[in-house]
Design a binder for this molecule. Structure first.
Ligand code: NAD
Length: 257
């Protein structure tokens, strides 16, 4: 399919996991992709005929440089996927202020800075597409429900959920749509971090922890990166033209229970 032919998309944290899968899915729909991560994902950009850049999403001058790169090297921007993120599983009594601030800096401030600097460029081309321009922010089931041992992560992902809604209200008139995606536990490095955190906290073996977490998802298994990339690609497209401020839950039923 080529639902996104002519669009230019930027995906942060695209070096692996959900970000890399999303870049591949957007490119498969015809978008030109700019992929960023702490180290430039050059091999992925080469594979997709896109562009790569090193970017730390907590760094504001870096965002200014990234958006300038999109303008000058790619010719603009139509889709921003704020995907870069960090996980932490630690009892709150052991969480240092530094831990807390690092999570909020990457997971929340990174999204704020991305929106702040990308929106003027997104708005410039929004009139070209029936569905306007699109920002997709990665929240989580952890932005919808609480769980023991992940307070800093829950707080950060809950903030992304409401930041998304306020951005949606603020920029609807410019036809910049802003939605959040809420994955369940997905088979990525971060998903494995969740499993080893559960294993360490409960004393369960790795296989036991995996089974226990899989069973928390009524569909009975963890998600694949393609499940999330598909939802993001849909939100980026004109098929989601009437969706803004929405929370798209892709969790095998985890939070429906
Ligand atoms: N995997 C899951 O189970 C799951 C569930 C819900 C939500 N999410 C969210 O989805 C997003 C992607 O998760 P994933 O599973 O692919 O994670 P991952 O750990 O596999 O990949 C995250 C990527 O973000 C990059 N990154 C980290 N800090 C960065 C920074 N300061 N600047 C730029 N890049 C940075 C990393 O280098 C890495 O390439 C995250 O926001 C995560 O919170 C993941």
């Amino acid at each position: 399919m080529t639902d996104l032919a002519g669009r230019i998309a930027l995906v942060t944290g695209a070096g692996r996991g959900i970000g890399a899968a999303t870049a591949r899915a957007l490119a498969a729909e015809g978008a030109r992709v700019i992929v960023t991560d702490l180290e430039a994902p050059q091999a992925l950009a080469d594979e997709l005929g896109g562009l790569a850049l090193a970017q730390d999403v907590t760094d504001e001058p870096g965002w200014i440089e990234t958006i300038d790169f999109a303008r000058t090297r790619a010719g603009g921007l139509d889709i921003l996927v704020n995907n870069a993120g960090l996980f932490l599983m630690k009892p709150v009594t052991l969480t240092t202020l530094e831990d807390w601030r690092r999570l909020q800096a990457v997971n929340v401030e990174g999204v704020f800075l991305g929106a702040k600097h990308a929106i003027p460029l997104l708005a410039e081309r929004a009139g070209r597409w029936r569905g306007g321009a699109s920002i997709i922010n990665l929240s989580s089931i952890a932005g919808l429900v609480g769980s023991a041992g992940t307070s800093a992560y829950n707080a950060s992902k809950g903030a992304v959920r409401l930041l998304t809604k306020s951005l949606a209200m603020e920029f609807a008139a410019l036809n910049v749509r802003v939605n959040s995606v809420h994955p369940g536990v997905i088979e990525t490095d971060m998903g494995r971090e969740v499993l080893s955190g559960v294993s360490a906290a409960t004393g369960a073996g790795d296989n036991e922890a995996r089974t226990a977490i899989a069973q928390r998802h009524p569909l009975g298994h963890l998600g694949e990166v393609s499940n999330i990339a598909d939802a993001i690609t849909f939100l980026a497209s004109d098929r989601a033209a009437f969706m803004t401020g929405s929370e798209v839950v892709v969790d095998g039923g985890f939070t429906a229970n």
